[in-house]
Write a protein that binds this ligand. Structure first.
Ligand code: AMP
Ligand code: ZN
Length: 112
């Protein structure tokens, strides 16, 4: 997707503070953090919505969640973390490339 900001980050066309990368995912720091640690995990394949999942993307998402869990200590999240996937306008999804917010580094308040 030529106009997708996260695809541009994945391709290295715009800068980001990368904290983990492999052949299928990238994790980088959110530019406007809402918690002491606020990372974004994106699949390198561009798609926007969970409704676009297919068997291959389902498997990718499963591996991605396992990878986040495996990396949690290294990412400074050993006390716990929260994953958020905003879907659609009313949820506040501003970037139409599926991304998992990873929040932690402090005690997180619960709310909408
Ligand atoms: P969402 O509202 O779920 O679509 O989340 C998009 C997130 O991307 C927001 O938390 C933004 O702060 C973050 N964001 C937007 N542009 C960048 C960027 N260039 N680098 C890092 N994070 C970004
Ligand atoms: Zn994209």
């Amino acid at each position: 997707m030529d106009d997708c900001i996260f695809c541009k980050i994945i391709k290295g066309e715009i800068p980001a503070t990368k904290v983990y990368e492999d052949e299928e995912i990238l994790i980088f720091k959110d530019i406007a953090p809402i918690a002491k640690i606020h990372l974004l995990c994106v699949p390198k394949e561009h798609f926007a919505y969970l409704r676009e999942l297919n068997p291959s993307r389902e498997a990718l998402l499963g591996r991605t969640l396992k990878k986040i869990a495996d990396l949690s200590e290294k990412l400074g999240l050993s006390d716990g973390y929260r994953l958020i996937v905003n879907q659609g306008e009313s949820a506040g999804q501003t970037v139409k490339h599926l991304h998992i917010h990873i929040l932690g580094g402090e005690t997180l308040p619960w709310g909408v």
